[in-house]
Design a protein around this ligand. Structure first.
Ligand code: PEP
Length: 252
């Protein structure tokens, strides 16, 4: 059966010293609690990946990147490849975050290439999908998410798809303090699972973890995670506070 996963996306925040301090606070908090079977993933900015990997090596949490380039290697100044991430022994990488789609024009086609490179290096992609406010107001959220998944992911074989984690993140809920209601989250997660079932069959659909992201906090995580098709969260702002992040992880 699928796993419960809580992943923290630190985005472009914190200096090296602050990242070190947050990692220490996280270790302290995790030492005192029992996460049961919930998997924890921390996705810091690129320069701190190795630092976090050192903290994560005793298995309280795994470490992921926030992005990867869609080429294997070469003359792409300032970019980071899946091969480089694999050489740091990272386990996960976020792909297609709405901030990448909106600010850097990332397309579903590029996302498909990124996913392929990551899987080629045994890194599990956390693939983000979700509609913007105008799309939801126009009732197009299902159409939008379906296209993102079909164009970004459904080229994969059933076996490859088994390594995918999906994060449904309604863009209007990210960093806005406006959370999707538990009903809205469940409705979309069930829809996504239905799409996976249609493409890959019931076993793969039942085994795929689908995370919710968008202003998930300690005070609303329990209600969101209580939904049958919500298997955890991708957490932005609240992952920058060790106690909040751990409280969310304990919300199952
Ligand atoms: C995110 O960026 O993936 C996110 C969910 O951010 P926040 O929790 O701050 O809304």
């Amino acid at each position: 059966m699928r796993k419960h996963i809580v992943a923290g996306n630190w985005k472009m925040n914190l200096t090296f010293d602050q990242a070190n301090e947050l990692a220490e606070q996280l270790m302290d908090a995790l030492e005192k609690c029992n996460l049961n079977k919930t998997e924890l993933i921390v996705c810091p900015p690129f320069p701190y990946l190795e630092l976090l990997s050192d903290f994560g090596s005793d298995s309280y949490f795994m470490v992921g990147a926030q992005n990867v380039n869609d080429n294997e290697r070469g003359a792409y100044t300032g970019e980071v490849s899946a091969e480089m991430l694999a050489s740091l022994e990272l386990t996960h990488c976020i792909v297609g975050h709405s901030e990448r789609r909106l600010y850097y024009g990332e397309t579903n086609e590029q996302i498909a290439h990124k996913v392929d490179h990551l899987l080629g290096h045994n890194i599990k992609p956390i693939v983000c999908c979700g509609e913007v406010l105008e799309e939801r107001e126009a009732g197009k959220q299902f159409e939008v998410v379906e296209r993102q998944l079909k164009e970004g992911l459904f080229h994969l074989s059933e076996r490859a798809f088994g390594n995918i984690i999906i994060a449904y993140e309604p863009v209007w809920a990210i960093g806005t303090g406006k959370t999707a209601t538990p009903q809205q989250a469940q409705e979309m997660h069930a829809f996504i699972r239905g799409l996976i079932r249609g493409r890959y069959g019931a076993t793969t659909a039942d085994d795929t973890s689908i995370l919710y992201g968008g202003s998930c906090k300690p005070n609303n995580a329990k209600e969101l995670f209580a939904n049958p098709d919500v298997d955890g969260g991708l957490i932005g702002g609240a992952s920058l506070k060790a106690d909040d992040f751990v409280a969310i992880a304990l919300s199952f």
